[in-house]
Ligand binder design. Structure first.
Ligand code: SAM
Length: 471
């Protein structure tokens, strides 16, 4: 029985409820009056239920689909302005005991070299990332209680936060590791992590069991209930995601929104972020072996509808996607992107991009400086801001900042300050020129007089060598 408040995976992601939702959406997809009524509700910017959002996803009426895109663009603009937050993944270890059939790190893969970063390696990798200008990392690891126990992950986090190279510092470490216990989530929380990210991969239980035939990840309930344990362990900000291509996207979309509704119903706060990875070629992985790949148009529609259905949730896109696809979905709702990424274990400090231990092929291979310049040329403000989490604005405190409309007085100046730091310390001459003109223009858009004046004063201090101001 479907119950968003239940703590049991099979009740808050109820298979029958998803099937009923999809059937209802299919039945009403050409009902223009109903679609208009749902769109009118969506315009209130309070989100949509999985049922309503699924009807929009099924709808193919061209003018209504165009309205969905327009609304997604507007909501994106209202809630996030033109800021885009930057991060990079850091692969700690590809040792893994699981059998995920889409991932090259699966335990049966005998020819991929297995690597695990030592603390000395981490210093080299993070120094290289700091030299690019990164301030936020997402650490990634396979699941292996012997090679990658929680103590190893905690030691890595501690090392990362301790590295200060010239003006560099990693100010937020997000963590993408396998589902674990409340006790371990508490340890991650105490280590000062930002968001805990765990992709569901698929919400379809039967497919999940086949796609994860062996290892602890085989346990669907353990995996699906992980965010509740993370929250019980004190982690306020959790990041959801589906690996698109594994199952039918309409099923996944409904499941993802039901998961968000569950978190809201039980913990009073929805997911902090949603990631939208699509399956990619990798060492022994051929994406065409999976039947449910989605084309770029469907992908764009999904991103737009996630933006409309959960307006307060950040949306993340990685370098799995090409420059062209990234450009398209940035306008429709994506608020965070990675840049200059390497998906190998080690390799940030090497001149030539290594591919031996890559988790997936990287489509967007530009440097961080190139990504920053490109964003600015498209009219976006690249941001390295980490202020909310460092000021304790996590979970519902972050959500209330979004809802209060004060975000322009907080996020905009923080974006400008952290962009100025990037330009001063890491930007090429051309990027710096474009960036400083952008900062001058954008300063005028800070609504509060006091905040604007203080931001301007702090920008001058940054030019003189001071760092790390925030609102
Ligand atoms: N091992 C951890 C777990 O089980 O959740 C998390 C880290 S894993 C390194 C990060 C994510 O990469 C996975 O959750 C999966 O969705 C994604 N991934 C795995 N294989 C992929 C592929 N071939 N193409 C694209 N993404 C992939």
């Amino acid at each position: 029985m479907y119950d968003p408040k239940s703590m049991k995976a099979e009740e808050f992601i109820d298979h029958q409820e998803i099937l009923d939702t999809l059937a209802w959406a299919e039945e009403h997809k050409a009902d223009a009056a109903l679609i208009d009524e749902i769109l009118a509700r969506a315009e209130q910017r309070k989100g949509l239920s999985h049922r309503d959002a699924s009807a929009l996803l099924a709808c193919e009426l061209p003018d209504r689909v165009e309205r969905m895109y327009q609304l997604a663009r507007q909501i994106k603009q209202d809630f996030y302005g033109n800021r885009i937050v930057l991060f990079a993944p850091l692969y700690l270890s590809n040792y893994c005991v699981n059998g995920c059939v889409y991932c090259p790190y699966h335990a049966q893969n005998r020819h991929i070299p297995r690597k695990k970063l030592t603390q000395e390696d981490i210093v080299r990798e993070v120094t290289a990332l700091q030299n690019m200008g990164h301030k936020r990392l997402a650490i990634e690891a396979g699941e292996d209680p012997v090679h990658n126990p929680i103590e190893y992950i905690l030691e890595c986090i501690n090392t990362i936060y301790g590295i200060h190279h010239r003006n560099g510092a990693i100010r937020r470490v997000n963590v993408n590791i396998a589902a674990t216990t409340v006790e371990n989530y508490r340890k991650l929380h105490d280590a000062g992590i930002g968001t805990y990210i765990l992709f569901q991969e698929t919400y379809h239980r039967e497919s999940y069991l086949q796609l994860h035939p062996t290892g602890p990840k085989h346990d669907y309930a353990w995996h699906t209930e992980a965010m509740d344990r993370a929250m019980a362990g004190g982690i306020d900000d959790v990041g959801l995601g589906v690996l698109f291509g594994l199952e039918r996207y309409k099923y996944e979309f409904a499941g993802l929104l039901m998961h968000a509704e569950h978190l809201e119903a039980v913990h009073g706060v929805g997911p902090h972020t949603i990631s939208v990875p699509r399956i990619k070629h990798a060492d022994d992985i051929d994406p065409s072996a999976f039947d449910n790949g989605i084309d770029d148009d469907t992908f764009a529609k999904l991103c737009a509808l996630i933006r409309i259905a959960v307006p307060y949730t950040g949306m993340i896109i990685s370098t799995r996607e090409s420059q062209a696809v990234r450009e398209r979905v940035l306008a429709l709702g994506v608020s965070q992107i990675s840049g200059g990424s390497r998906t190998t274990v080690g390799g940030y400090d090497e001149e030539i991009r290594p591919t031996d231990t890559e988790q997936f092929d990287v489509s967007d291979q530009r440097s961080l400086d190139e990504v920053i310049r490109w964003l600015m040329e498209l009219g976006y403000i690249p941001s390295f801001c980490t202020a909310c989490y460092r000021e304790g604005r996590t979970g519902d405190r972050f959500m209330s900042l979004c809802k209060s409309g004060q975000i322009q007085n907080c996020c905009l100046p923080n974006a400008l300050l952290t962009l100025e730091e990037f330009l001063q310390d890491y930007g090429s001459a051309e990027t710096k020129k474009i960036g400083q003109a952008l900062i001058r223009r954008e300063l005028a858009h800070i609504p509060g007089d006091k905040v604007r004046a203080l931001c301007q004063a702090n920008l001058e201090k940054i030019a003189q060598g001071e760092r790390d101001f925030r609102f």
